[in-house]
Write a protein that binds this ligand. Structure first.
Ligand code: NA7
Length: 541
């Protein structure tokens, strides 16, 4: 069967439309279909996978432990799936998601190569009218935006890009056939997680790699390798239970919660603990001590430890210094995990260009010009990130009650109750939307929690023959206030990060994720549901 055209493609009346077929959309479809709802998923890509469909750049790999980076709703799936490395790479995760789609026969309700352009709520019929780029018009009682937090690519407006005679790529839209950089002069712009993963791999292939760095990042060694069979056995012996436990953890992963403050132990003990975390590798470094992201003094110690490692790794002291981050506290931008990132600057074919000293002026037909040099390049890689958390939602023309555009509603920053619902936008749900723990957690775990909450909510409405649910404006205001208060009590607002919307020109500066932890948040959501969807307004049919 041609999966791009489901047999019921012409049927315009649906119970639910789901936008996106990544981790969130696939599971949402599974749950809604289980309830017997006529559901259609629209997906821009030609296959399932979301982030892992698009991000095929060299070195693309997950920063979460593979044993935590999967669905937990099916025990058979949990037990049977075998990961090969400590952190799964892009191809392996994509295979996993394809396997899930096939195993649960999800493809027949997914329409690929289809971008949803608009979703308008009709006050009279109380249904959503959904339009696709292909000109399809459908109606649905529910719309679930499973569009991802990091899916709207950002290619910076640089003068001259259209004149460039070579090839250019964004890491989040990598050609599926791959790119051969052999004997090429390559320039990469951006040193976030994507750049830091791609740089060592491209450097091995390219004739010369120029890294154009605006802000250095804190990167920790991943220490990736084959998965430890002993750990797999141990976890699989109690996998379901373990996965339930991590839903109530702070970050949705098995990283143990710290118990001590860096400031209450001796400098020797601190050093030993950081050395041990560095040797273990992974994001656990940030959980060595309790208050890294709330106390500047504790943060400074951790940051200096990482800088000392950079200096010890990079041979040229000037390059090492340029790679050392000073301008924001560690952890307030997404910490990166790498394999040989700093070591790569010891290669003779790699040059670091510090854009703080010599900013980019233009892309030229033959390369890139900074304020003091013109670099001849065959290829340019934009590892320049995303319009995070709101970009993909606002790319769709969403209008709620009275035709109010979401773009207008969110002009001063996203406003949402729990990061799930928006006042004035009935029966519209956002999976891991702004105001939920989302990007501060291990995503599949946060996604499962949201999808299950939303499907329980839909079941509640269906069982009671209710027409709509939406947040009460007062509850939404209080949640937005709470999210912002928690964020402001941390060091996060000190960084110009994508968490703050600071990487997109003109985007309101608001700390978007909920920083209180997934466990606290999950319990709160459960309580709200148990209290008959407290803070939401429900209307009869
Ligand atoms: P990020 O983390 O947003 O990194 C983007 C990088 O691109 C960052 O170093 C930026 O520097 C740089 N950038 C962006 N625009 C420009 C311009 N105009 N000139 C020079 N440099 C620029 O995106 P990633 O794709 O690496 O990672 C996104 C998330 O995916 C990651 O956090 C993980 O959660 C997975 P800046 O820091 O803004 O100075």
């Amino acid at each position: 069967m041609d999966h791009r055209h489901p047999p019921d493609a012409d049927r315009g009346e649906l119970d639910a439309v789901v936008v996106g077929a990544g981790f969130a959309g696939l599971y949402m479809l599974y749950r809604l279909r289980e309830m017997g709802l006529r559901t259609r998923v629209f997906e821009m890509g030609s296959d399932v996978g979301g982030t892992w469909y698009w991000n095929r750049y060299p070195g693309a790999r997950c920063d979460s432990d593979s044993m935590d980076y999967s669905y937990s709703f099916s025990e058979e799936l949990l037990q049977e799936w075998e990961w090969t490395s400590r952190y799964p790479d892009q191809a392996e995760i994509l295979n996993y998601l394809r396997h899930v789609a096939d195993r649960f026969d999800l493809r027949r309700d997914i329409q690929f190569d289809t971008r949803v352009t608009a979703a308008h709520f009709d006050d009279t019929t109380q249904r959503w009218a959904v339009t696709t780029e292909q000109g399809q018009h459908l109606t649905a009682k529910y719309v679930v935006m499973a569009t991802g937090c990091l899916s709207a690519q950002q290619v910076p407006q640089m003068p001259g890009l259209e004149s460039f005679r070579g090839d250019w790529y964004h890491t989040g839209g990598w050609p599926h056939q791959g790119v051969d950089f052999t004997s090429k002069r390559v320039g990469i712009i951006g040193t976030g997680s994507s750049g830091i993963q791609a740089i060592p791999v491209i450097a091995e292939q390219a004739n010369h790699l120029y890294v154009f760095q605006r802000t250095p990042n804190y990167s920790l060694p991943a220490r990736n390798g084959p998965i430890d069979p002993e750990r797999v056995r141990e976890l699989k012996a109690r996998y379901v239970e373990y996965r339930k436990e991590i839903r109530y953890s702070r970050g949705g992963s098995g990283v143990p919660a710290p118990t001590k403050s860096a400031l209450e132990v001796s400098p020797d003990e601190r050093q030993r603990a950081y050395e041990a975390a560095w040797a273990r590798g992974g994001i656990g470094f940030g959980s060595t001590f309790t208050e890294m992201t709330i106390n500047k003094e504790a943060n400074d110690i951790a940051a200096e430890f990482v800088r000392s490692k950079i200096r010890a790794t990079v041979h040229d002291p000037e390059v090492a210094e340029a790679l050392c981050p000073y301008s924001y506290p560690i952890g307030t931008k997404r910490v990166c995990l790498d394999t040989n990132y700093y070591e790569t600057y010891n290669r003779p074919n790699v040059t670091l260009v510090d854009l703080r000293k010599t900013p980019i002026e233009a892309i030229t037909p033959d390369g890139l010009r900074t304020s003091d040099t013109e670099y001849a390049l065959d290829s340019i890689v934009f590892a320049t990130g995303y319009n995070a958390m709101t970009g993909a939602l606002l790319a769709v023309d969403i209008r709620g009650r009275g035709g109010q555009p979401l773009r207008e509603r969110w002009e001063a920053g996203p406003r949402s109750y729990l990061g799930i619902g928006i006042a004035g936008f009935p029966n519209l749900f956002t999976i891991t939307g702004p105001g939920s723990p989302s990007v501060l957690t291990n995503m599949p775990v946060a996604i499962e929690q949201h999808v299950e909450w939303v499907s329980d909510c839909v079941a509640y409405l269906e069982e009671r023959c209710l027409a709509t649910i939406e947040p009460a404006p007062a509850a939404e205001d209080a949640w937005v206030e709470h999210v912002s208060e928690l964020g402001n009590a941390t060091l996060f607002p000190l960084a110009n990060s994508w968490y703050m919307g600071a990487n997109v020109p003109g985007k309101p500066r608001v700390f978007m994720p909920y920083v209180g932890g997934l466990g606290v948040y999950t319990r709160h959501c459960e309580q709200i549901a148990a209290n008959g969807y407290e803070g939401f307004v429900l209307t009869a049919g």
